[in-house]
Design a protein. Structure first.
Length: 281
């Protein structure tokens, strides 16, 4: 387990002051735990000895041990495909069957990583007609954001996918209003530009919903909801199969929650598509 998981697994045994410390650590994970013990104590309004007892309670040998683990998590989150391949576990036998088996295991893990309560909250945000929805992802993960925006756009109005060029982002930031939803996707080898974009959106009181991996993109510190989905397959490339499945579950549930509105919009959408196709013949 990583440090975050250790904290969460021990949550039922924490005292009131320890829960306050856990909140301070998780609200800016993993960076809060990289401060000195005195700085963390001041931030969480607890004493340094309380932090030492807390660290022991979650199963670590001390504060330096926790910081070493947090630093290791950060390094893992910045691993290149070359590094991943060096430590990867080779697929034996039929490669396709083996790979699909690992992808299936990913999806099962995703069902455990995302709670039903969190899933329902995000669906509610995505279907609220008073909120506009914006989406963007990283260099490769933007395909997930595009997938969400394309399907959601057929269910409701006010859905926008940001272009990849950061020069175009100010237009969308200026359009955002308090309460709007910003669905962001950022997996390891995280993009600094997305962190800055999330910070600017959060400053406008936009609800940032982040899809990331277990090492947590730095965008996490600006997110109202964090979907930490599994991406490891033990091969050279991380797989986004589980991320895509969770995204499809979100857009499908969003359409079903507002089916009357969705059906009317899809019918109008299809009618316009047909008219366009006829004009081209």
């Amino acid at each position: 387990m990583n440090v975050r998981q250790k904290i969460e697994s021990a949550s039922a045994r924490l005292t009131q002051s320890e829960r306050k410390l856990a909140t301070a650590l998780l609200s800016d994970y993993p960076y809060a735990g990289l401060n000195s013990i005195q700085e963390l104590a001041e931030r969480a309004e607890v004493s340094p000895p309380s932090i030492s007892r807390f660290v022991t309670k979650i199963g670590l040998s001390g504060y330096p041990d926790m910081q070493r683990r947090l630093l290791a998590e950060l390094r893992t989150g910045d691993r290149s495909p070359v590094d991943i391949h060096a430590a990867s576990e080779r697929i034996e036998g039929g490669y396709l069957a083996g790979f699909l088996g690992r992808a299936s295991a990913q999806m099962i893990s995703a069902g455990e990583a995302v709670t039903q309560g969190q899933f329902d909250r995000i669906c509610e945000l995505l279907t609220d007609p008073k909120r506009s929805v914006y989406a963007v992802g990283g260099r490769i993960s933007d395909t997930i954001a595009q997938h969400l925006s394309f399907h959601l756009r057929q269910s409701r109005e006010g859905v926008y996918h940001l272009p990849r060029d950061p020069e175009a982002w100010p237009e969308y930031l200026l359009r955002m209003k308090s309460g709007d939803v910003f669905f962001m996707v950022d997996f390891r080898r995280y993009q600094k530009s997305l962190v800055q974009l999330a910070e600017q959106a959060s400053a406008r009181r936009v609800q940032v919903v982040l899809m990331t991996d277990k090492w947590l993109s730095p965008v996490t510190r600006h997110a109202a909801e964090v979907l930490a989905v599994p991406i490891e397959t033990g091969t050279i490339w991380d797989s986004y199969s589980a991320a895509l499945a969770v995204t499809e579950a979100l857009v499908t549930r969003a359409a079903e929650r507002t089916w009357d509105r969705t059906r009317t919009r899809i019918e109008a959408w299809d009618s316009m598509r047909s008219a366009t196709a006829e004009s081209e013949t």
